[in-house]
Write a protein that binds this ligand. Sequence first.
Ligand code: GLY
Length: 390
Amino acid sequence: MIVKKILSVCLVILMAAQLVAQKKVDVKAQYALAEKQYTMMLQTHPDTTKTPQSVLPDGTLRDMPTSWWCSGFFGGSLWYLFDYTKSQSWKEAANLWTMAIQKEQYNTGTHDLGFMLYCPFGNGYRLTANSVYKKTLLTGAQSLSTRFNAKAGVIKSWNKLGQYDYPVIIDNMMNLELLIWASKNSGNKKFYNIAVTHADNTMKNHYRPDNSSYHVVCYDTTTGKVLAKITAQGAADESAWSRGQAWGLYGYTMMYRETRDRKYLTQAIKIADFYLNNPNLPADKIPYWDFNAPGIPNEERDASAAAITSSALLELAKYAPKTKGAEYYKAAEDMLVSLSSPTYRAALGENNNFLIKHCVGHKPKNSEVDVPLIYADYYYLEALMRYERF
Ligand code: GLY
């Protein structure tokens, strides 16, 4: 009996050692480079009201105010640097750039509070248990919940889109983690119920039979009916905008983690399979900005979608059945290998100190095309850590 136990412990250790030995991305080296780049990023950003976002066509910095949906990603990235290195200087920088966003906790004019607050304050609270962060997150969740309409059963994303007054975008799945966290940390079930209702209606209305997602679904709040299924950032209403597929994948994986409701796991697996089996996914697994972009293969890649997807797959790999899990781990690893290669990973001193190159923000508006984007960096750092700790 004892011999059997010792043998099985040895086998587990051997398997774990093999997995570590087989790792194809040097996370330590990537974090060391990230530390150098973000040290310079801090030097080029002395004003915390101007958050790092991207680079303009003339090569100068595109910094944005704290009300911009991406304002929390830099602080969140600094928390990942602290998480990985445990260095006090990263903790101080992370706190500074987190507190810079604090006033957005009262912002009821956006659905993006999950991104803006949960990435910096959520990581900050996870790592420090600072009660100020907790209070800010709870206020933010309350502000976000004011955008929920019970008749439509979803949280409003934008305040208007053309003729529509209640547009909901797939990206909104990413804001639900803040609500679930708030429910757990306040005991107020309202936040949890909103998150689950939004996720259920999004699953029903945003997804096509092939498991790709529409970008925008517009609702009528008097009847609760769907009025239109369209796009804003994708190539066409019926196309699969790559980052939208990534947001949905990450969102439903997170919903399964938080609720253990198997329908969310099934949904996440369906999305992952749409993405990974898509004939337009290039061999290096960095997607074009839209899976149906009309000029493929002469279209820009969106490395931000790959960063989000690799992070989501590394979590989904733990919940999916064994064979699928191994497939998702391998796909995530392939994505991280590509993202860490000189094609997508900036060398020291390049790329205005951002980590990842070749992302697309809003192609139809010709805005942020083939540039670094702060959220690509954030999810890349997250994915690297998930990969190392897998
Ligand atoms: N949430 C906006 C975007 O992904 O561009």
